[in-house]
Design a protein around this ligand. Structure first.
Ligand code: CU
Ligand code: CU
Ligand code: CU
Length: 482
């Protein structure tokens, strides 16, 4: 639908092609100028790339015109991700374009002189580098107070500014993106190193963020966090990253468990509908974060693109009765916490680190009402806990429990700490905690920066079984604390 007029407009453009890539000439005659730009990732940044004429190959080239000219810009998606181009000072913006080689066009009459920005309006792209200058010779804009011009001079495709929320009825079809905390592979047992194939698919999913509130998550394998991966020290990872044809973005993966530039991200920048592959040997044991590393990386992580990979030491970890997989992250939505409807990402809030939501396993209520952790009295529990972030460190705590062992910073080769109440987990970091459950009841997983509890961050560990009056006894009174 968005490309409906492109063929027609391209034909039209053919007539204008003599002006292609040309700089504005001085003089009083209004001209028709056309520029062609492509898009791409260059040195880890997103950019517009000039095509043809003086701007050929230039990143974010300065485009020039004179007052009175009509400027037409054709934007081609070079790598296949979704982009657009806007000249907001002229009320002109293209429709979005995605899919390698597809184009979109914006055309407008230049009604004032000066230097103005042009940029991609897709969330995060301007900040990730997609911005250039538009220099206009001629009369500058009328000073404030002067009689305004009747109308902005856009003649094509002026995009309305997008509202912060879409109507609430979109919430009805939202997918469940919550990763069950019990969804992780069993211990590998002692075995020789081998090659392990890892298949990741990046998929953009409209998911349930909270009751009546939805959000377009960017995921590994449709859930948040991505799948828990389990390999052995010395294994060779053969990572296949497939980016869904329905994606609007390029995606990638950076494994903190991998030694090599970008942790694999340099080899896995994958446009929609394509697949990439790399191999790497796991040469350090531990529990490691993986995440998307496509600009703006903070945006991709906030949208849900993180997970954990465990590199088991040769002897494995001591056996426990229950293992769980929990990750913390935060989201930056246009609407305030609790606002209903489909929330759009807010890049200004992201850059200001003003999170609206804090979540375990992707959503408000994910590990409380929806998929709590379950255990029984007398069992031992291990939680693999990581922080995707992108920005907030966690003071991880289980209310009413004490960690018998903490593998601090998820180091499995250091001696674990004993008898810890709260452990600090950095963004892009992890921990492994172990404890026995002696008393039945409901325990609450929190980040002890407890204001985040009010913004969605809580999980339940529900322990069934018989009372142990020798450890815990009494009767509840009103006003009991946590
Ligand atoms: Cu863009
Ligand atoms: Cu991504
Ligand atoms: Cu990282």
């Amino acid at each position: 639908m968005r490309r409906r007029n492109v063929a027609l407009l391209l034909a039209l453009l053919g007539m204008l092609v003599s002006a292609c890539g040309g700089a504005a000439e001085s003089g009083t005659t209004a001209k028709e100028l056309s520029y062609t730009l492509s898009t791409g990732l260059v040195d880890g940044k997103m950019a517009f790339i000039g095509v043809g004429g003086d701007i050929d190959g230039t990143l974010n080239p300065t485009l020039r015109a004179s007052v009175g000219d009509t400027v037409t810009v054709t934007l081609t998606s070079g790598e296949g991700a979704q982009h657009d181009i806007a000249f907001p000072d002229f009320g002109a913006a293209s429709e979005p374009v995605s899919g390698q080689g597809n184009s979109t066009i914006v055309s407008f009459v230049v009604d004032k002189g000066g230097t103005f920005p042009y940029y991609c309006v897709v969330a995060g792209h301007r900040q990730a580098g997609m911005e250039g200058n538009f220099e206009v010779t001629g009369e500058p804009a009328a000073p404030a107070g002067a009689a305004p011009d009747a109308e902005p001079a856009a003649v094509a495709a002026t995009a309305p500014s997008e509202p912060a929320v879409r109507p609430a009825d979109a919430a009805a079809e939202a997918a469940d993106i919550v990763r069950d905390p019990a969804d992780l592979p069993a211990p590998l047992g002692e075995r020789e190193p081998q090659t392990v194939r890892i298949d990741l698919e990046t998929v953009e999913v409209d998911g349930q963020l909270a009751g009546g509130t939805t959000y377009t998550y960017w995921t590994f394998n449709r859930q948040v966090p991505g799948p828990f991966l389990r390999v052995k020290l010395g294994d060779t990872l053969e990572v296949h990253l497939k980016n869904s044809t329905s994606s609007t973005m390029t995606h990638s993966v950076d494994f903190h468990a991998v030694t090599g530039p970008g942790g694999g991200a340099t080899m896995t920048q994958t446009p929609p509908g394509q697949e990439t592959m790399f191999t790497a040997k796991a040469i350090n044991p531990g529990l490691f974060v993986y995440h998307c590393a496509t600009p703006m990386v903070a945006d991709h992580i906030a949208n849900g693109m993180y997970g954990l990979i465990l590199v088991e030491p040769p002897e494995g970890l001591p056996p426990v009765d229950r293992e769980f997989y929990v990750m913390q992250g935060e989201l930056y939505t246009g609407g305030a916490f609790g606002e209903k409807g489909h929330q759009l990402p807010d890049v200004e809030k992201l850059l200001g680190e003003e999170a609206e939501y804090f979540v375990f396993n992707g959503a408000v209520g994910a590990l409380t009402e929806q998929k709590p952790l379950n255990a029984n009295v007398g069992e031992t529990v291990r939680i693999y806990f990581g922080v995707g972030g992108p920005n907030f460190t966690s003071s991880f705590h289980v209310i009413g429990e004490i960690f018998d062992r903490v593998y601090d910073f998820a180091s499995l080769t250091s001696e674990p700490l004993a008898d810890v109440q709260t452990t600090m987990v950095p963004t892009g970091g992890a921990t492994v905690v172990e404890f026995a459950v002696e008393v039945p009841g409901r325990y609450i997983l929190v980040d002890h920066s407890l204001s985040r509890l009010e913004r969605g961050l809580a999980g339940f560990l529900i322990v069934g079984g018989d009372e142990h009056a020798s450890i815990f006894a009494g009767s509840p009174t009103s006003g009991s604390g946590h």
